[in-house]
Design a protein around this ligand. Sequence first.
Ligand SMILES: Cc1cc2nc3c(=O)[nH]c(=O)nc-3n(C[C@H](O)[C@H](O)[C@H](O)COP(=O)(O)OP(=O)(O)OC[C@H]3O[C@@H](n4cnc5c(N)ncnc54)[C@H](O)[C@@H]3O)c2cc1C
Length: 381
Amino acid sequence: MNFKPSKAFAIEKLQNFIEKNIMNYSKLRNFDYGPDDRSNISCLSPYITHGIISEEEVINKSLKKNSFIKIEKFIQEVLWRIYWKGWLELRPNVWSDYLEDLKKIKENFQYNENYLNAISGKTNIECFNYWVNELKNHNYLHNHVRMWFASIWIFTLGLPWQLGAEFFMKYLFDGDCASNTLGWRWVAGVQTKGKNYVASEWNIKKFTNNRFDNIKLNENPVPIVDDRNYTILKSDFLNANLSENQHLLIFENNMSFEQSNFNYQLFKNIYFVFNGNESRQIKLDEKVLNFKRSLINNQIEDLKNKSLYCKMINVEDLKNMKENLLALYPSVGENLDYINSNNLKNISFLYRKIDQCSWKYCNKGFFNFKNYIPKIIQEFI
Ligand SMILES: Cc1cc2nc3c(=O)[nH]c(=O)nc-3n(C[C@H](O)[C@H](O)[C@H](O)COP(=O)(O)OP(=O)(O)OC[C@H]3O[C@@H](n4cnc5c(N)ncnc54)[C@H](O)[C@@H]3O)c2cc1C
């Protein structure tokens, strides 16, 4: 498994998947054959998360070669990501509460032996230890493994889900505040209240082709309880006014300017904002930071070849930029937190059309959202 930090590589990966594997996706997607065989899934998430390729591009290209009916499952999964993002955008307190909880829990668990054994892959559960090392070495885990891992972490090892979500964010190349936080909440049983995801020995054995033995798990746990209810705080996502010769900021979630809905606009400068660990609440592994840095450099090279002026800046530089700035919306997460906590009122946002047209359907559960998928697709394809 290899994630080259390059747009050309991502596009080739997408093309390959569409040509060879997409037709069997719904049948085979739940199998984890290990890091040496990922042909049954796309492995595009590190690129989609960073906006190197967009969900729109993935869906468009997939539908050019296949009918909707034949690849519906894949399209649904791609839109899950947008759904989670929209769900969190409407309820940003879920993210800020998570960070607050995490701060307290981290202090209490810093010397906890159970926790320290878990993050160093030294538990008595062989498959879990294997996945800890896989995550650290490959910076990626299969979706089914993420579910099993989170379930074992919470219900067999008895650790807080918040610490597990932090552990994933630290090492995943596709680490995304919405998919990760809400994925962990969902496994714990606090996202859909009272419904937790329980990993079981037979399921792990079946979907890993019997690669693991001795999987003794708590298979009858009760869901985690969190009494907080989150009401919808924000529901309109309107673009700032555009005029020529403004500066544009691009954060780590929307790196492909060329694919953006604003690529026709003439900007004076395009700044790619790198957020190192100094200003992050969740510190990332150096390999993950390097991946982000290399993706930015790759994008800058591409744009320079097209005679656009662009450069990388650090997120801390934003405090010294006093002029009005436009930004491709960074979404709920560390970059938006930086802007808000430093009161950077000179930054206004531009939203992706696909988000504007999807997020309004994120007020309820995914099963409700699913009904709108044909409509969403019609609007942007
Ligand atoms: C506890 C937990 C934590 C997770 N953390 C993240 C995360 O930080 N970042 C992240 O991008 N995904 C996360 N996911 C979702 C999912 O596991 C990954 O998106 C998927 O494994 C990526 O592999 P792929 O690109 O081969 O996916 P494919 O199966 O090929 O799917 C194609 C695309 O659809 C989207 N997608 C697929 N499944 C999901 C899903 N369950 N939720 C949201 N989007 C999905 C992704 O963008 C993915 O690239 C998490 C899931 C769980 C259960």
